[in-house]
Design a protein around this ligand. Structure first.
Ligand SMILES: Cc1cc2nc3c(=O)[nH]c(=O)nc-3n(C[C@H](O)[C@H](O)[C@H](O)COP(=O)(O)OP(=O)(O)OC[C@H]3O[C@@H](n4cnc5c(N)ncnc54)[C@H](O)[C@@H]3O)c2cc1C
Length: 197
């Protein structure tokens, strides 16, 4: 699809004409989309005596308790939770937030009952990226049996669609998702070809 991925380059300047990187490379571009990095809201830095990193995330231990207060837990994008055996933190991704939410349901109950807390272990289930509305997607599955399996094209596109339906079902339930899918399918021929997710 004529996409060039440039790694190990830091953008130092963006002008009307294009993008300049630290190594001096200039990439001419009329339209630029900036998607580098995320930052947690500044309110987290102002909560009180809690430690934050430069992305405003609250520093936590592996129990998801903040480093300075046992009774304050953080999860999802606002938490900087260390990953066991690495010097990295749990990535700010939807699957991490959802795993941490499930973990905390049990952990907070244990905390309230003065029992020792387990450590949160992030399990990467892989990533899927939809590239257009038709057949294009790429991804990596990270299940226990199929660790690191790359998929692309039609199969990846189907896996992406199924995952999306699973999210819809979690939010709306099976019946409503079924009706939405049917409605979508019936109105598809008259819809514009615009990709929004
Ligand atoms: C464009 C985009 C694409 C993404 N794509 C993917 C993807 O494909 N796969 C993936 O795994 N992850 C993806 N992510 C990351 C994923 O969305 C987040 O990691 C995930 O939503 C984190 O969940 P969370 O509950 O911690 O935070 P959020 O989902 O951001 O929820 C935080 C909530 O807090 C509310 N809030 C914020 N400040 C305040 C305040 N002061 N008072 C009250 N409420 C407040 C917000 O309105 C929001 O509803 C994407 C993120 C972005 C921005």
């Amino acid at each position: 699809m004529n996409v060039e991925i440039v790694t190990g380059e830091l953008v130092t300047e963006v002008t009307e004409e294009g993008v300049t990187t630290k190594s001096g490379r200039f990439i001419p571009a009329a339209i630029k989309v900036w998607s580098a990095g995320i930052k947690a809201p500044t309110v987290l830095k102002e909560l009180g005596d809690l430690q934050t990193n430069r992305s405003n995330q609250l520093l936590t231990r592996q129990t998801l308790q903040t480093t300075l207060d046992d009774n304050v837990f953080a999860l999802g994008d606002c938490a900087a939770c260390p990953q066991a055996g690495t010097d990295r933190i749990v990535p700010p991704r939807a699957q991490a937030a959802s795993q941490q939410a499930r973990f905390l349901v049990k952990a907070i109950e244990r905390r309230l009952n003065d029992k020792p807390l387990p450590s949160f272990v992030y399990r990467d289930r892989g990533s899927l990226i939809s590239l257009d509305t038709e057949q294009q997607a790429v991804g990596q599955l990270m299940g226990k049996a199929i660790k690191g399996l790359m998929i692309e094209g039609f199969i990846a596109r189907w896996a992406y669609a199924l995952l999306y339906k699973r999210h819809l079902m979690a939010l709306h339930g099976g019946f409503k998702t079924g009706i939405m899918t049917l409605g979508n399918w019936l109105t598809r021929p008259v819809k514009g070809r615009l990709k929004l997710h």
